[in-house]
Design a protein around this ligand. Structure first.
Ligand code: URA
Length: 210
């Protein structure tokens, strides 16, 4: 019987296929596919919405301003980012040129749905114990319905549109940057750190993949 493909080879194959993705029009206006990164078998998988300007240019998730915010929160929550798998539900940067800048545009339901094929494969290969969806776009895509973050955060839930994968939801790090004042930024950041700490605790209680 042929042996199962080792996960690393499978991962490289899927990442390569995603590089050439034309399943929706977003590839036309982006520099490149930004696939997820991190160890296969990482206990924790973090998923955001889509790459931003910096991510699009560098080809790596969460390396721009929202990524710096996430990095800070991870350190404060005692999480080593190199041990976490980080990705996005949409793999191309949806943007609208405005002068020299490219403004972020929210992906629509169709774009999220067709792109999810890549996340489904990342999930099957990485097999994390817990998925933390950051922001409404990722959380709703995995829940299979529009969710209210404030109602769900802090609890371990089963993501119905991701094979009932155990997960949690939290705010998107970029929402901290958009808070109207320092007090709002502080509160939002503290909330993210608290949720990440809860995720680590929850992870420790969940079974590891067989
Ligand atoms: N926002 C996201 O959702 N993902 C990134 O990679 C960067 C910003």
């Amino acid at each position: 019987m042929p042996s199962a493909k080792p996960s690393a080879a499978k991962f490289a194959k899927v990442a390569r296929e995603a590089k050439g993705c034309t399943r929706c029009p977003l590839y036309k206006n982006a520099t490149q596919t930004v696939f997820g990164e991190g160890p296969i078998g990482a206990p924790l998988l973090l998923i955001g919405e889509q790459p931003g300007d910096q991510e699009d240019l560098q080809g790596r998730p969460f390396v721009g301003p929202a990524g710096k915010m996430l990095d800070r929160a991870l350190v404060e929550a005692g999480v080593d980012r190199t041990q976490v798998y980080v990705t996005n539900i949409v793999k191309h940067f949806k943007n609208e040129p405005r002068g020299k800048r490219r403004l972020h545009k929210k992906p629509n339901r169709y774009e999220v749905e067709v792109c999810k094929i890549w996340f489904d494969q990342e999930l099957a290969i990485v097999r994390p114990q817990l998925v933390v969806a950051m922001g409404v776009t990722a959380a709703s895509a995995l829940a299979g319905k529009t969710v209210t973050l404030s109602r769900l955060r802090g609890q371990v839930i089963a993501f119905a549109n991701a094979g009932n994968q155990q997960g949690m939801v939290t705010i998107h790090p970029s929402s901290i940057l958009r808070a109207p004042d320092e007090a709002g930024r502080h509160a939002a950041y503290a909330g993210l750190v608290k949720d990440l700490k809860l995720a680590v605790k929850a992870c420790a209680k969940l079974p590891t993949a067989a």
